[in-house]
Design a protein around this ligand. Structure first.
Ligand code: GZL
Length: 336
């Protein structure tokens, strides 16, 4: 009997030792070769850090939507987004954060054109390419950015002036008030330059007042109220650097007791849906298109860079000019 008990005890002890190893090894066992987990290949996603200006206009919101939607729908892309609330210092902070996170590409919509050399130099030293979206920077060394994706703002200003001359005729005396975009923004500087390229060649056309409305409806209304107070019925035409300021000015014109689109002919730039609806109402006369749907071009540029392709320094958006029946007919197909 004792022998049997002893054998049972020894067997129990041997089994206990065997189970203990299998389940909870006291030391970290090296898995043998075939058990090793093969490291998943690192995600090949392209990480884009996008510093956006803010949400000052319908155009800006449409651009943000285009970039976010295009990136969300592309499994190859990861987007890191930063809204600068219209402040350059916030954009510079965002770029430094993207550099620290070692993103593959920086997209920057620069609120103003100066003051970028240092941070763009830091991106270049970190080997991170920078693509400018919808506004340019003024830097001595153009190697600080890879490409600019955006419109020809000088042409947009020229087309705005050409519309007014077509509307009034070259021999009519026309007093113009101008609502400029954000002070220091390349787009505002170039839209002013383009408009003056045309009107300065005709003595009948005079810009009698010009001031920034900062691309917003509220400020556009406020500045137009001041123009009306100062010049009243002397004003024949309004040139606004974007539709949002023109739509704000239309409210001021109506509250002043004049008829927008008739007493004061209005031309603006962007081509947002509300501008087309205002043309249909007969209040806005013309909108010069400026395409905000830059998401697809940005993602294509990011992939081309990853594939080692060289990008053109300027990836230009194609645009049109809308007024009258052509604008009304286009409304159903407008995407922003
Ligand atoms: C144009 C863009 C301008 C739009 C405005 O590329 O920078 O900024 O015309 C927007 O509506 O605020």
């Amino acid at each position: 009997m004792k022998k049997i008990l002893g054998i049972i005890l020894i067997c129990t002890m041997i089994m206990g030792l065997m189970v203990g190893c299998g389940s909870t090894p006291t030391t970290q066992e090296e898995p043998n070769a075939e058990e090793k987990v093969v490291e998943e290949p690192k995600d090949e996603k392209i990480v884009i850090g996008f510093s956006q200006i803010g949400a000052e206009s319908g155009w800006r919101t449409a651009e943000t939507e285009s970039v976010k939607k295009t990136c969300e729908e592309d499994p190859m892309i990861e987007l890191k987004f930063s809204d600068a609330q219209q402040k350059q210092e916030n954009q510079i902070k965002a770029l430094r954060s993207f550099i620290a996170q070692e993103v593959d590409l920086i997209a920057l919509a620069p609120v103003v054109e100066s003051g970028w050399e240092t941070v763009l130099g830091e991106a270049k030293d970190a080997g991170i390419p920078v693509i400018l979206l919808d506004r340019q920077v003024s830097v001595a060394d153009e190697s600080l950015f890879t490409s600019f994706i955006g419109s020809d703002f000088v042409l947009e200003g020229e087309n705005s002036a050409k519309y007014l001359i077509e509307k009034f005729g070259a021999d009519t005396k026309v007093n113009i008030v101008e609502l400029q975009g954000t002070v220091g923004a390349s787009v505002a500087n170039d839209r002013k330059k383009g408009f003056e390229n045309i009107v300065n060649n005709n003595d009948n056309y005079k810009i009698i007042k010009s001031q920034s409305g900062d691309f917003t409806r509220a400020k556009g209304k406020e500045v137009m109220e001041a123009f009306l107070k100062a010049e009243g019925k002397k004003i024949n035409a309004l040139y606004a650097h974007n539709d949002d300021m023109a739509l704000g000015a239309i409210q001021a014109i109506e509250e002043y007791g004049l008829v927008p689109g008739e007493d004061i002919v209005i031309v603006s730039i962007d081509g947002v849906k509300d501008a087309f609806l205002s043309i249909k109402e007969g209040k806005l006369n013309c909108t010069v298109e400026c395409n905000p749907c830059l998401g697809p071009q940005l993602v294509k540029a990011a992939k081309d860079l990853k594939d080692g392709k060289t990008l053109p320094k300027w990836i230009k958006s194609e645009e049109d000019v809308y007024y009258g029946q052509k604008a009304i007919d286009a409304i159903p197909s407008r995407s922003y």
